[in-house]
Design a protein around this ligand. Structure first.
Ligand code: NDP
Length: 480
């Protein structure tokens, strides 16, 4: 059985303990590879390697770093098929999605920051008192990057690329549930000639590897994407050590559908924004708010379109919905469907596990599920389910839709459907979210700030925001 290895000091290495964890294929429920069960000792080795590499890497020119990152991007694209198949097998997502979204975006992340760093200039401020300030932005040192399982290589590279581009060395931990594409990335980094120790990837459990990264005295900056509870735990440990923190956390995103929208375009996109990646994208809209004048029509059309989604083998090109990432996660999602029923929710479609064992797939498939009849204060509408489950609810006025949208502890993203420009501006302005899409969803310009408010996190990723996060500004004021 294939063994995944850590990538430390430029080498692929066994964990110090020699222990491994099972890596399960979500579509079959079978173990198909082994993951290093790393611990503090492996993290210490990775930090040591990163510290040794830092003086030289931080002094390379931006051009030199750019060339290497660009090479990594090209190698990701050259291995697109292999990476997409690996990501799909490891995560359960349809291979078509991995091929069209996850892996191209991982390549784009490296390409984007390979060029963005070339334009990340120092600032200068002239004072009438006869002085000039200039602000240097220097790499910080060893950055810790911790990422989740839902978009494995996409989110892993989204952190690593800006950290490396700005001259830091990195100790990174992918989710233990989906380690494969990060392992393949370590091989690509070796092939691309990334200097020894600049990037170190330590595989293993969150409470061992993740916690060791968080606690490590030599890691002054941490970029984390994951659940709100884990984010709070990381903040609790890191804050008294005055670490720089970026926390991209959970969401419970509203989709606001007004009766003046472009209906057909909306319907097509909202099926996707609700169920892409089996609803396991932090940006998926799980609370659908529909203006009452079109509620009944929307309900019929939406349920019809959702029922057309094919749940099946992630390897098949015509599969729309693959497997959920793990048995534990599937059970959590099914529990929430039961909770919705006890709260008075009516299941309009879905609601059940899908048994594909006759096709040799004994894994974790769940029907895309639409629920109506719940109020906004119930658990189903307040807690992040992170699966193929959405609720639909009517509203009368713009004010009501805004109030309902803002009525959770989260504030990551919203999507709004209207053709009215004034309404667009009024609504977008009042939504308490980090990201608002109007008449689209998941349309990403990597230059824009990305992140949430309230329990969805602190800090922003993307573009120069990420390069600012991974650098320390120093102001020098010269009186002349
Ligand atoms: P988790 O918070 O469980 O895990 C995220 C990462 O943190 C994993 O690598 C995990 O390791 C690690 N980890 C777990 N415990 C600790 C700890 N004590 N200290 C340090 N690291 C730890 O999230 P999931 O992987 O379940 O991902 C789903 C969540 O991520 C959802 O809430 C989703 O909304 C959020 N998310 C947010 C995004 C955003 O941009 N705002 C984007 C994508 C997802 P291990 O896997 O081994 O437990």
């Amino acid at each position: 059985m294939e063994k995944i290895l850590n990538y430390i000091g430029g080498k692929l290495q066994e964990p110090v303990s020699g222990n491994y964890l099972d890596n399960v294929e979500p579509a079959t429920g079978q173990v198909y590879s082994l993951i290093p069960d790393s611990n503090k000792e492996d993290v210490d080795l990775a930090v040591k390697a990163a510290k040794q590499a830092f003086p030289s890497w931080s002094k390379t020119t931006k051009d030199e770093r750019s060339v290497i990152l660009y090479r990594i991007s090209e190698l990701i694209l050259a291995n697109l098929g292999e990476l997409a198949a690996a990501e799909s097998r490891d995560n359960g997502k349809p291979v078509s999605l991995a091929k069209s979204v996850d892996i191209p975006r991982a390549a784009h992340n490296f390409r984007f920051f390979a060029t963005a760093i070339l334009h990340f200039a120092s600032e200068s401020h002239h004072m009438e008192e006869g002085a000039i300030n200039y602000t240097l932005k220097s790499p910080i040192g060893v950055a810790g990057c911790i990422s989740p399982w839902n978009l494995p290589l996409y989110l892993f590279s989204w952190k690593i690329a800006p950290a490396l581009a700005s001259g830091n060395c990195v100790v990174a931990k992918p989710s233990e549930i989906t380690p494969m594409s990060a392992y393949l990335l370590s091989k690509i980094c070796i092939e691309a000639g990334l200097p020894i120790g600049v990037l170190n990837i330590v595989h293993g459990l969150g409470h061992k590897v993740g916690a060791s990264i968080t606690e490590h005295k030599e890691i002054p900056v941490i970029s984390f994407t994951g659940g709100t509870t884990t984010g709070a735990q990381i903040a609790k440990v890191a804050a008294p050590m005055f670490k720089k923190l970026s926390l991209e956390l959970g969401g419970k995103n509203p989709t606001l559908i007004f009766d003046d929208c472009n209906y057909n375009k909306m319907l097509k996109t909202v099926v996707r924004s609700s169920f892409a990646n089996q609803g396991q994208i932090c940006l998926c809209g799980s609370r659908l708010l529909i203006q009452s004048s079109i509620y009944e029509k929307f309900k019929i059309d939406f349920v019809r379109e959702v029922q057309k989604l094919k749940v099946g083998n992630p390897k098949s090109p015509d599969t729309n919905q693959g497997a959920l990432v793990s048995k534990l996660h599937m059970e959590k999602v099914l529990d929430y469907i039961e909770i919705a029923k006890t709260e008075g929710g009516k299941i309009l479609c879905g609601g059940n596990q899908v048994d594909l064992s006759k096709e040799g797939l004994g894994g974790y498939f769940v029907e895309p599920t639409v629920i109506e009849g719940l109020n906004m204060s119930c658990r189903t509408n307040q807690e992040e389910i992170f699966g193929p489950v959405v609720t639909i609810m009517p509203f009368e006025t713009e004010e009501e839709a805004i109030g309902l949208s803002n009525a959770t502890s989260y504030g990551l993203a919203a999507s709004v459907w209207t053709e009215n420009v004034s309404r667009t501006n009024r609504v977008a302005d009042q939504l308490h979210m980090g990201i608002v899409w109007v008449n689209c969803w998941l349309l990403r310009d990597l230059r824009t700030p990305f992140g949430g408010v309230k329990n969805s996190g602190v800090g922003r990723e993307g573009g120069f925001e990420a390069l600012r996060f991974f650098t320390e500004p120093k102001n020098i004021c010269i009186k002349y």
